[in-house]
Design a protein around this ligand. Structure first.
Ligand code: GLU
Length: 306
């Protein structure tokens, strides 16, 4: 069914697009982009917080209860997904809402969430060292990462794509990258992909996507590659200067990163995801965040025990 505009707008005003940053730190993403317009007038979405939630046998849950705060790792420079407004310190986006929804099922209110920002190359370490209780930030499940961390989910399916300047005519998809300067970020799966000789690209490796986009706008590189979900967010913020081209050329299944040993927490998060896909909360979240950047809604893949 097509989501009608009036319904979408009603959902926007009724839903939470923001979450208050509570002691966020490690904000290394260098985010100076403006917040997505939709988040500016957003009201706080109240997920019902489970009273007396228990996750038997989860060390992370036990520690979070003892400190009275849940520590969640996230991105801070990905509009519509994981974004932190530098002026207000408010967080918004699809991943932030998914993380907040799960937190509510674990018995934590938004005020009891402490957000920490980590870039792509810092995630495994942050999770394995217990710097976060869980991580939600466009984090693809793959076998290399599974050696170090556990994943709940998947809760979304994305695919690598290309962001170019609006007037770009030569780059139309993955087969037109020979000799082109293509930026992606350290520790990301699209960086590994674009380094394959078959693309013939001159790869530029930076620390976060904001920096890649800045280089693109300055004319120093020709394209940015990462998940279509992320690129559409940047294009939606600056539609007169940026566009996404081509078809997604990888499959990225987003998981919620947890400590590898903490199977109880992983199961509890999977339960939360399954429940809210069923009750429609997931779709509402999607339509009021990522859906606003032009991504089409698709039913998320069934959860698994990664
Ligand atoms: N989903 C990809 C990954 O996990 C790219 C997005 C990101 O860097 O977070 O590497």
């Amino acid at each position: 069914m097509k989501f009608r505009k009036s319904a979408a707008m009603a959902a926007v005003s009724a839903l939470a697009l923001t979450a208050t940053a509570c002691g966020g730190e490690n904000s290394s993403a260098g985010n100076d982009a403006k917040a997505p317009a939709a988040t500016e007038s957003a009201k706080t979405w109240k997920y019902p917080v489970a009273k007396d939630a228990q996750v038997e046998g989860s060390p992370a849950f036990k520690a979070a209860k003892a400190r009275g705060k849940l520590i969640i790792g996230a991105k801070s420079d990905q509009p519509y997904l994981g974004f932190e407004d530098q002026a207000t310190k408010k967080r918004s986006g699809f991943d932030i809402e998914i993380a907040t929804m799960v937190a509510a099922d674990l018995g934590f209110t938004p005020d009891q969430i402490q957000w920490k920002s980590f870039n792509s190359d810092q995630r495994e370490t942050a999770i394995a060292q217990g710097q976060v209780d869980y991580y939600v930030g466009t984090y693809s499940i793959n076998s290399k990462r599974k050696k170090k961390v556990g994943f709940a989910g998947p809760y979304y399916k994305a695919g690598a794509d290309l962001l170019v300047r609006k007037d770009e005519a030569d780059i139309t998809g993955k087969t037109s990258l020979t000799g082109k300067k293509v930026c992606s970020i350290k520790g990301s799966t699209p960086l590994q992909e674009i380094q394959k000789p078959e693309y013939g690209a001159r790869v530029v490796e930076l620390g976060n996507y904001t920096d890649c986009v800045k280089q693109l706008l300055a004319g120093r590189i020709d394209a940015v590659t990462t998940d279509d979900s992320i690129l559409k967010g940047f294009a939606a913020q600056d539609p007169t200067r940026l566009k996404v081209v081509g078809e997604p050329f990888t499959t990225e299944l987003y998981g919620i990163g947890v400590d590898k040993q903490d199977k109880a927490l992983r199961a509890a998060i999977n339960e939360s995801l399954t429940k809210h896909v069923k009750d429609g909360t997931y779709k509402k979240i999607y339509n009021s965040t990522l859906g606003l950047s032009g991504s089409m809604y698709t039913e998320p893949p069934a959860v698994n025990n990664y």
